[in-house]
Design a protein around this ligand. Structure first.
Ligand SMILES: [Zn+2]
Length: 207
C-alpha cells in the first residue's frame, strides 16, 4: 500500500466505522423504542449544584432515567456526552496502574480514566464510575481495576449500573430480534466489549 493510501486509510477508518455503525443502528432501530417509563420524571435543577448532584439529591439515580432525560433512543449510548451534561469532570491519566477512579465532594465530581484503554473498556469504566457517583456515599474515592463480574457488592452495583446505562434492557431486546442474538454484532452496535455483552445477555436471561 502506498504511503498516501496508508495515511488516507488510517485517517478515514474511524469515520467509516462510525458510519457503518450508524447505518446498522438505523437498520435495527427504524424508530425510537424507548418506553415511556412510569414514575415522576421531574427534577429541580439547583442553581448552585451540578446536574448529577441535583438528580442524586432527588433520588433520580436510575440509568433509564438518564437515558430518558437526555433523549437517548439508540445505541451506542454516548456516555462521555452524558457525563459532560451531568457536570462530571473527566480527566485522562497516563499509566495510573488502574482503569478508572472517581472522587466527589458534595458539589463536585471528577472521574479519571487511564489513557490507552480500548475505547469500549473506557466507555464501560466511565459508566461504572458514574454508578459509584449515583449509588454510593459521596466524599469517598473509588478506584477500579478492570471490569470483572462477581466482585464486591459495591462493585457489582456499579457494574450493573454501567451495563444498564450502556446496554439498556429495552434496547438489547429489540436488537436481539434484529441481529439474531449475534454477540459480535450486538457488541459492535452498542460499542461495548463482547465479554460485557455476553455477560449482559446472561443477566437479562437472553442467553
Ligand atoms: Zn468500582
Amino acid at each position: 500500500m502506498s504511503r498516501l493510501r496508508q495515511i488516507l486509510w488510517f485517517s478515514l477508518r474511524p469515520m467509516v466505522q462510525l458510519w457503518e455503525r450508524w447505518i446498522e443502528s438505523c437498520q435495527v432501530y427504524g424508530r425510537p423504542h424507548r418506553p415511556k417509563l412510569s414514575g415522576d420524571y421531574m427534577y429541580i435543577q439547583s442553581p448552585t449544584l451540578p446536574l448529577w448532584r441535583s438528580l442524586r439529591a432527588q433520588g433520580q439515580i436510575n440509568p433509564d432515567y438518564l437515558l430518558s432525560l437526555f433523549s437517548v433512543h439508540f445505541p451506542p449510548v454516548d456516555v462521555h456526552g452524558i457525563a459532560r451534561q451531568l457536570g462530571v469532570i473527566v480527566h485522562h491519566v497516563s499509566n495510573p496502574g488502574w482503569s478508572g477512579a472517581v472522587s466527589s465532594t458534595d458539589t463536585r465530581a471528577e472521574v479519571w480514566l487511564a489513557v490507552g484503554d480500548r475505547p469500549v473498556r473506557e466507555r464501560f469504566t466511565l459508566a461504572h464510575e458514574l454508578g459509584h457517583l449515583f449509588l454510593h456515599p459521596l466524599g469517598v474515592a473509588y478506584r477500579d481495576a478492570h471490569y470483572e463480574p462477581g466482585t464486591s457488592t459495591i462493585e457489582a452495583q456499579a457494574n450493573n449500573f454501567a451495563a444498564s446505562l450502556l446496554m439498556p434492557d429495552w434496547m438489547v431486546r429489540v436488537a436481539m430480534q434484529s441481529t439474531g442474538g449475534d454477540v459480535q454484532r450486538l457488541a459492535r452496535l452498542f460499542d461495548v466489549s463482547e465479554s460485557a455483552m455476553k455477560y449482559r445477555l446472561v443477566n437479562l436471561g437472553l442467553r
